[in-house]
Design a protein. Sequence first.
Length: 204
Amino acid sequence: LIGRQVRKVMAAILASIRHNLARVADFSGRESRGAFWPYALFLFLLSAAVGAMVAVWIMVAIFVRIQQYMIAHPEGLPIPSTPDAYPLPPELMPDVSGIWRLTAVVNFLFALLLAAAVVRLLHDRDKSGWWATLPVPFMVYGQLQGSQAAIMMTGGGAADPATMLPVALNSLFYWVAVIFLIVVLAQEGSNGPNRFGPEPGELT
């Protein structure tokens, strides 16, 4: 019985993925929650896996550099010239500029894969698809400013509070926009036809 339920769930997930990939550029019509959420969860988990691999790569690179630095400098870290000086030599930190650019491309691809499905689900709520763009400005700004701050820090510089405060506020606004959008998407769709088309059927 458990095996049968697992196969049923997996079949529903695969059907949702196939359905949404087939309509990845289709921003018209409506989408049911049952067709949307398994696909969205799949993309979220895939994005998290990619992020974890990037984080592991950066951590491994840092540990390798620390080991090499300790061998080359048995005397340890240099003494800071002033109390507020940044204590880590730049050679301890890897160049993450390429990694940040790759992360930005991956995030952009995941957003593209999800965009049409989000718009169709908004249509099912009888809402304009433009609501889907609510988190986008914050995501773009955060990617640009956050990556610059991280590159500066891993290059041996100190984080500029004038840069980090807007990044932190932008991150807060981004998550508020995302949570608001999720709440809207989680609501029940319109009964019967609406201005975006007939009520969607469930996947088979």
